[in-house]
Design a protein. Structure first.
Length: 367
């Protein structure tokens, strides 16, 4: 179909954010077309997959706004570009963030290409982030609602992608988004936000991983004195800084044990070669703190690397305050970042994202 110039394709998920994003664009005079993406097909008929209900919600909202919806299947692209990478990273002992890849490879690549083929000028999502043109380049900005800001997950977007992106919720607080949905009569106004990784939904994570990466039992040892503390099902299922699910809660000895109490155990290291999980006692154990990191697979929003020896802020995980840092060195595909204060449980495979005030500069994968 050919469309007039001012057409925007909105990725609709069935949630309140994308629904209100579509409504706002319609109110701003855009010709809005909704697109519902089907990214996962492996176990649709199970209790945890909400995709059928989500589509019903999308259709109901689209009907209220008065827009058409197209359903598009990206399951093949998702499996090849996101899920295969996700499994490969876990097998290597790292902890990937598939939402980051999903944004750069599916929403702002497969979906964007599809939208352009449909004749759309822009694509929009319900992400809490902003985009602006500044000095001839597009900048990715933090959202006004700091508690909901999702620029961390969008940091791999490039100039071509951002030039086509609209984020209608950039300046709106979540509570107001829910109010707008209610005023518009959307039944999704109070729908619970989806949590967890997009393709796993609400299902138990370890159980899900076990289907694809079989258990491989090994020892759990104390990093400080090499004591044997228990057994793990597979290094794959554990991540740095993890406290729950170690099943060694009652082991005494170590810090705080003289008073008869014991501090919690945390995962501190994974020895992939020997299949040993090393743990330490106490949240602030020195083994869990680092003041510098290496990152590779870099992606800078402007296409140009930031300055070295300049004060920036960086996050090594989502929902963390920006930590003051400087980039010690940066090459084509690797950089070294030093923090002003030690950072807790910096995890290989996760993203480090660099900010200059409200502007997201990009980042890389922690090595």
């Amino acid at each position: 179909m050919t469309m007039s110039k001012r057409t925007v394709v909105v990725g609709l998920s069935g949630g309140v954010d994308s629904s209100v994003a579509a409504l706002l664009l319609k109110q701003q005079g855009w010709n809005v077309v909704g697109l519902f993406m089907k990214n996962w097909e492996d176990d649709d008929d199970e209790e945890y997959c909400s995709s059928r209900q989500d589509l019903i919600d999308v259709m109901s909202v689209a009907d209220k706004i008065g827009i058409d919806v197209e359903v598009v299947n990206f399951a093949k692209e998702y499996k090849e570009r996101v899920f295969a990478e996700f499994l490969k990273e876990y097998q290597a002992g790292r902890t990937p963030n598939p939402d980051v890849l999903c944004n750069s490879e599916i929403k702002f690549k497969a979906l964007l290409e599809h939208a352009i083929r449909m004749g759309a000028e822009k694509i929009a999502t319900g992400h809490y982030a902003g985009v602006r043109e500044f000095d001839g380049r597009f900048q990715l900005l933090k959202a006004e609602d700091g508690t909901k800001d999702q620029s961390y997950f969008l940091h791999r977007l490039n100039q071509a992608q951002l030039s086509k992106a609209l984020f209608p919720l950039a300046d709106i607080y979540k509570r107001d988004v829910r109010r707008m949905a209610e005023a518009a009569g959307f039944h999704v106004a109070l729908k619970k936000d989806s949590t967890g990784i997009c393709f796993i939904g609400e299902r138990p994570f370890k159980e899900f991983l076990m289907r694809y990466l079989p258990p491989k039992k090994g020892e759990i040892r104390c990093l400080d004195d090499d004591r044997l503390l228990g057994q793990h099902d597979g290094l794959t299922y554990h991540t740095l800084g993890q406290r729950k699910g170690l099943q060694i809660g009652g082991v005494k000895g170590g810090r705080g044990s003289e008073s008869g109490e014991h501090e919690a155990w945390f995962v501190a290291r994974k020895d992939m070669a020997r299949n040993i999980l090393y743990v330490v006692q106490g949240h602030d154990h020195p083994a869990l703190l680092v003041d510098e990191l290496h990152a590779d697979q870099l992606s800078w929003v402007s296409g140009v690397a930031p300055h070295t020896h300049w004060v920036y802020g960086a996050k090594t995980r989502y929902r963390q305050a920006d930590a003051p840092c400087e980039i010690e060195s940066v090459e084509a595909d690797a950089c070294r970042i030093r923090f002003a204060a030690p950072q807790w449980a910096v995890t290989p495979g996760q993203s480090v994202v660099v900010y200059e005030s409200r502007v997201c500069l990009g980042g890389g994968i922690i090595a």
